[in-house]
Design a protein around this ligand. Sequence first.
Ligand code: DGY
Length: 322
Amino acid sequence: MTAAGRPLVVVTRRIPSAVELEIAAAFETRLNPSDTPMSVDALKEVMRTADAVLPCVADKITAEVINTPGRKVKLIANYGVGFNNIDIAAAKAAGVAVSNTPEVLTEATADLAMTLLLMTARRAGEGERHVRNGQWTGWRPTHMMGTMVTGKTLGLVGFGRIARAVTKKAHDGFGMKVVFHDPLVAAGSLGAEARPTLEQLLGESDFVSLHCPALPETRHLMNAERLRQMKQSAMLINTARGDVVDEAALVAALQEGTIAGAGLDVYEREPAVAAELLKMENVVLLPHLGSATLETREAMGRRALENIRLFFSGAPLRDRVV
Ligand code: DGY
């Protein structure tokens, strides 16, 4: 608590200004007007001085940061649905509460998965570079042919909220057949059919879109062997987390023609992207934009604020992770 008796909340990066104002009205607040990424030392200083911290996916809240001697922070209100940036076991052991912002980014992230799917299928990144580079010489029947999306099979790895939103868009909007594999969901719904094994899903899908959380069990889920199980004509879409894909194996699979293309929003070593991917025309690369709409980023901020309010009023957290 500050001298004014209000908890001090530190927001590690710029978030939409309307929400920054709402947080500042509710709590003693330290913002980051220059939007500079916080160093480990800066995060440790936050841990020592604040009551709650609102970090985002790019802030690594490691065990070392959580266990800062003299830590005062009692709540880590993550700005994002994924929380692989936080050492959850360390937070639990230290008795620090963690919340996230589910639901509010579902549609935006599903839209971005569809954006990548369409861009990859229709060679949109390549086409845009072609026009901008002044290489376009005019319409011709065999120019830059892509592949149809309508009527094709979309395989979803994981069938949580975002995968279900993708199902509606792909099935109802684009006439795709949708199949999914999720060890926790046996029955199909929304027009999507369940597949009992990942291998079966990979073997029949024209597009494979990843929607599983980043957990130790899902690290490098898409490795060289799994990429080989995909059709040679198939394309991989990743809006989940970078380390679900073995990026080196993906580079090799694209170089060797094991699969036909990829649309990526997330990377194993963000913001670094494998140099080989940058040179490939059959790969669409976006800078982790899944939730990047103003409406969504405001809603994420408000959801994090709601969790902070609940926590300091002694009520149960709406989105408790630990
Ligand atoms: C999330 O919430 O997990 C998003 O990837 C952050 O943009």
